[in-house]
Structures are given as C-alpha cells and as structure tokens.
Design a protein around this ligand. Structure first.
Ligand code: ADP
Ligand code: MG
Length: 594
C-alpha cells in the first residue's frame, strides 16, 4: 500500500462511520470532539511544529469563533453561515494585535506570553455581561444545510470532518510552497530567511493568524454542536490540551494533528470510563493518570506518533527532477567597471571588544576578492555588517553606489547580495532542493492564499526548476531530494552556494566555502567560481586554504585583530612583511602555547 491509498482508505472509513450498523451515538460524539480538536491542532502543527512558535493560548481563539456566532445568532437572529466569516474577522483582528505584541518575544517568553493572554481572555469571557458572564450563552440555533437543521450528532459530524479534511489539505498545500519554505526556514532563527529577502516577522504573524482562524472555525462548530457555551472550554487548560494533541501526534506533521487529537480525546474518555470502575472510587484520578501517560509517551516518542505510523508505510523513493519550466527573469547586471561594494571606515564593537576596526576596502565589479586573516580577525563579523545581520558601530557600506549600512538584511538581499555562512545554516530536515529553492524566494510571487488553494503551481514550477538548475550547476544533482542534513558538511557548504546563486545575486559573499572539501572538490569549486566571475558576478570570499585563495583571487584584503593590515594582488600580499608576521606570529604563538 502507498501513502496515497492510506489517505483514501481513511476518507472512506470516515465517510462510512456514522452509517455503520450499530454504531453508538457516543462514538460519533467522540469523533466530533476529535475533529474539533484536530482543527486547532492542525494550526498548531504549522505554528509550533513547523514554525517553532509555541502557543498555549489557542483555546482563546476558539472562544472568539464560538462567542461571535453565539452572540450574533441569539441576539440578532443572524444565520450561522454569516457568523462564520464574522467570527473569523474578529479572530483575525485579535490575532494580529496579540501576534504583534507576543511574537516579538523570544525563547521562553513567547509561550509565557501566550499563557498570559490565554488566561486573561478566559477571565474576560467570564466577566463580560453582554455575553452572559460565567453562565455563557444558551439556545444557540443549529447549523442548517438547505433549510435542514443539523440537530443530531451524525449530521454535524460531516460538516466537522469536511472542515478538518479541507484544513489539512490546505495546510499541506501551504507547506509545499514558496511561503511554506519561508515558514519552515524560521525554525533555525530568522537570519537565513531575512538573508534571502523574507520578512520573518510578517511570516510569523501570517502563520499565527492562520492558526487562529482554524481555531475560530473549531469554536464556531463547537457552539453549534453544543448549542450552549460558557467560558470554561476556552481557558488555558484547553489550550494545553491542544498543544498536547499537536505534539503527541508529531508536531511537524499535518495528519499527526488528527492522530494526536484522536489519541488525546480517546485516552481521556477511556480513563474517565475505566478508572472509577478499576479503582472502585470517584475522584479526578483520570487527570493524574492522563498526565503521567503523556509524560511517558513524550519520553518514548519525542517525534510524536505520526512518524511511527509512517514507518509502516514507506514512501516510494524515486522522485523526479522538477520539470523544466520557463526561466526566471534575471537581474540587470551592474556596470562592469568600478566598485560594486565599498566598505568605508567600518567598525564594530561587541561591548569592549573591537571586532572590526576602521576597515576600508572595495570589491570591484567582476572580480574575485579574498578576505583573509587569522582566526578571530573579524572576517565573519565584517560579512554580517555588509549583509545587515548586525548593525554597524561606525562607517558606511555602499553596494552598487547605494548606502546599505543600517538597512535590514532582506533589503540588502533584494538589491542582489547573497551569502553563505561559515556555520552552515540549512534546514537539515528540508531537502536540498527545498533549501536551495528558498534562495529564489524573491524571484517568485505566489503568496499564502494562492498556496492554500494550490493556485501557485506555475510559479512554483519555475522556482523549483531554477533551484534544480543551480544544484546541478554545483554538481549535487544526484542528491537534490535528500534531506540537507544527511550530506557531508563540505557538501552542505556547496548547497549554501547553490542557495545563494538562486537569488541571482550581483555580489556573492562566501564565508569559508572550501572548508571540509577534498582536493578535487576544491578544484571544482574554484572552476565554478571562475565561471561565475566570467559571467559577470562579483565574489568576495573568506578562506583559510592559502593555496586556494592565492590561485583563485584577483585581489586580497588581509585583516588582523579587526584591522586591515594589507591589500593587493596575491603575489604582493604573500610577500608583505605585516602579513607574514600576522600569520607566522600566530603560528609561532600557537606552537609556544602548545
Ligand atoms: P573570523 O571570522 O575572522 O574568524 P569573527 O568575525 O568571527 O572572526 O570574530 C571576530 C571577533 O569578534 C572574535 O574575537 C569574536 O570572538 C568576536 N565576536 C564575533 N561575534 C561576536 C558576538 N556576537 N558577540 C561578541 N563577540 C563576537
Ligand atoms: Mg569566521
């Protein structure tokens, strides 16, 4: 059996379940609760599992969906089908406000922030008299379809599960898209996304609103299933349970959310039924046993349940190269003479440490320039200053005649500056192809809405074709479908070069690209860089392998302790007494220390 078939079987079972002879009503009720939980958990998969943003507050968004429809249908007699978009609008507006406040928080402060507003919204629901205070709102009308009211568990079941299936498929579409790659890149921090032109803050907010909207749909369904609501199910405890569903299911997998929701709902129900009989006494023992079981499970399967299931149904491996598609437009080449990059009196202090000290040099258009110097000389720091990753302490940087000091990374990337990182920054769980396609982000257009509806395929085909072309160009065509993390470190550096090339840069900044490569691989890399230069690209590279630098570069700048000590042709630099002193002094020092 293949994975596609598994989905088909699941859908058929789902459709047949309520019609199965002898199916008890309570089983359908449980299925309905699983569906409601799954909707919220699917949002959390995207937010927490994929985006790395933990939220305990999702239950509050179900509350917005539920209260909006309860209020409008009971007070104004509005149709539930109109209150759904109303509830989603209310939720989206609240999510934007809450997101703008909380998503700035980093580390532990973000989940703590979501707990804080999760708690306060719960109390707010209980305090507001116009929505019934702690008693809530009753006599909510049922959903109607073609005038037929969905009064019983079986009929609303289909609406709930249709919502779940649509949400799951839309979310899977989203993950497999230009915006999906941007979301998936966030996990390792925002630096990579921003270096390829992505506004990480906006992407986070969009994911946050999307997850909130799925929760709002769940709340809307809940209100019309229960026909009465009170604040209790929208509190922080429910928020924690949704997080359990997403994490237990397998936080990075959309269908895992459905599995996790099923597991949590059934486990809770089972314990509530069985424990009192088993123990022969009443009490909240199920909460204790539930908590213990969850801890044990998280310990045994930190990746969640879904990957275990996937192992039973292996995927067929051969994936084709992305089909040929129209080439992406290229950027107009900068004029071939003069400086493409000029660094003027640039300094950087970290507290008391002067990492870069009043450095001035230029990279000419169409040359390969080298930046060398002993460890800790300030080379990577200088890269970060030129690409907007860290702010300048003094001086200015111009790219193609424009000042770029103080601009955010994404703006500098948009001008045509692409880079690699000394400490490889690929998403190890994304394929080589997906990692490289991230580099072409700015050359695509399809946004989230088009991706959700899968209307982005033409745009996507061009991006993937371009990524495949760059991967083949650097000689890694064989491994484009492998997870990037499975490659040797030297190869991962080459993947970073392909990713940078996908941006169609005018200036390429390479931080130790040859580290970890074998001799032949280094020669191939040097050939590639020469070809790129001959095509008009300007390259600045940091490298430790002296024979590599000397044989490849047109000009070299030497740093020592943050200060420029020499600049000139490879031959001149090699003879420079200050350079010999810096390098030999370093070696002599190391020998003395050892
Ligand atoms: P290189 O790339 O030439 O080996 P770096 O630019 O990485 O050197 O580092 C230059 C100096 O700046 C080193 O002394 C390093 O410890 C220091 N440094 C780099 N980044 C930071 C930072 N974020 N905070 C404090 N010190 C830093
Ligand atoms: Mg470095």
């Amino acid at each position: 059996m293949e994975r596609k078939h598994l989905l088909l079987v699941f859908l058929l079972v789902l459709a047949a379940l309520p019609m199965a002879p002898g199916m008890p009503v309570f089983a359908i009720t449980l299925m309905n609760y699983i569906g409601l939980g799954a909707l919220v958990a699917i949002g959390l998969v995207l937010l927490t599992g994929v985006g790395g943003l933990t939220s305990f507050g999702q239950a509050a968004f179900t509350g917005f969906g539920a209260y909006t429809t309860a209020y409008l249908t009971t007070v104004y007699g509005a149709s539930p089908w109109l209150t759904l978009p109303a509830g989603m609008a209310v939720t989206a507006a609240s999510a934007v406000v809450l997101g703008l406040v909380t998503l700035r928080l980093s580390g532990h402060y973000l989940p703590l922030g979501t707990i804080a507003w999760g708690l306060s919204l719960y109390y707010l629901f209980g305090q507001l008299e116009f929505i019934g205070g702690h008693d809530g709102i009753g006599a909510i009308p049922p959903l109607t379809v073609f005038g037929y009211p969905l009064m019983d568990e079986r009929s609303i079941y289909y609406v709930i599960w249709l919502c779940v299936i649509v949400a799951a498929l839309m979310t899977i579409n989203l993950l497999d898209s230009r915006m999906g790659r941007a979301i998936r890149s966030l996990r390792g921090g925002a630096v990579v996304a921003e270096s390829f032109g992505i506004d990480a803050g906006r992407v986070k907010l969009a994911v946050f609103v999307y997850a909130a909207l799925l929760a709002a749909v769940s709340g809307w369904l809940y209100a019309h299933l229960q026909r009465a609501i009170s604040p209790a199910p929208f509190g922080i405890y429910a928020g924690i349970e949704y997080l359990f569903m997403a994490v237990l299911g397998g936080a990075g997998h959309v269908w895992g959310a459905v599995l996790g929701a099923g597991f949590v709902v059934l486990l809770k129900d089972g314990l509530q039924r069985v424990l009192p009989q088993l123990l022969g006494m009443q009490g909240n023992y199920e909460a204790i046993v539930f908590g213990t079981l969850i801890v044990l499970l998280l310990q045994r399967t930190p990746q969640g349940l879904w990957p275990l299931l996937l192992r039973l149904v292996p995927e067929r491996r051969e994936r084709p190269r992305p089909a040929a598609a129209a080439a992406l437009p290229r950027r107009a080449a900068p004029p071939p003479d003069g400086a493409i990059l000029s660094v003027d009196g640039v300094s950087k202090n970290f507290g008391g440490l002067i990492a870069v000290n009043d450095v001035t040099f230029a990279v000419r258009a169409g040359e390969i320039a080298g930046l060398i110097g002993p460890n800790g000389a300030g080379k990577s720091t200088l890269f970060n200053l030129m690409t907007g990753v860290s702010p300048l302490s003094a001086g200015q940087v111009h790219f193609a005649g424009r000042p770029i000091g103080g601009k955010p990374s994404r703006a500098i990337a948009a001008l045509g500056v692409a880079r690699t990182f000394q400490h490889v920054k690929l998403r190890p769980d994304m394929t080589v192809l997906e990692n490289v396609a991230l580099g072409a982000h700015l050359r695509g257009k399809a946004g989230m809405l088009r991706a959700l509806a899968r209307l982005d395929r033409a745009d996507e085909a061009r991006l993937l074709h371009e990524a495949a072309r760059q991967i083949e160009r650097v000689g890694l065509g064989e491994v484009m479908h492998r997870p990037a993390g499975s490659l040797a470190l030297g190869q991962q550096r080459i993947v970073e070069i392909a990713r940078a090339l996908s941006l169609d840069p005018a200036l390429l900044l390479l931080d130790e690209p040859a580290a970890g490569l074998r001799h032949l691989e280094k020669e191939k890399l040097a050939d590639l860089l020469r070809t790129l230069r001959d095509e008009g690209m300007s390259i600045l590279l940091v490298e430790h392998d002296m024979s590599f630098v000397m044989g490849l570069t047109d000009r070299i700048v030497v740093l020592d302790f943050g200060t420029k000590i020499a600049e000139g042709s490879p031959a001149a630099v090699r003879r420079d007494p200050a350079v010999i002193e810096a390098y030999l002094g370093g070696v002599a020092h190391e020998i003395a220390v050892n």
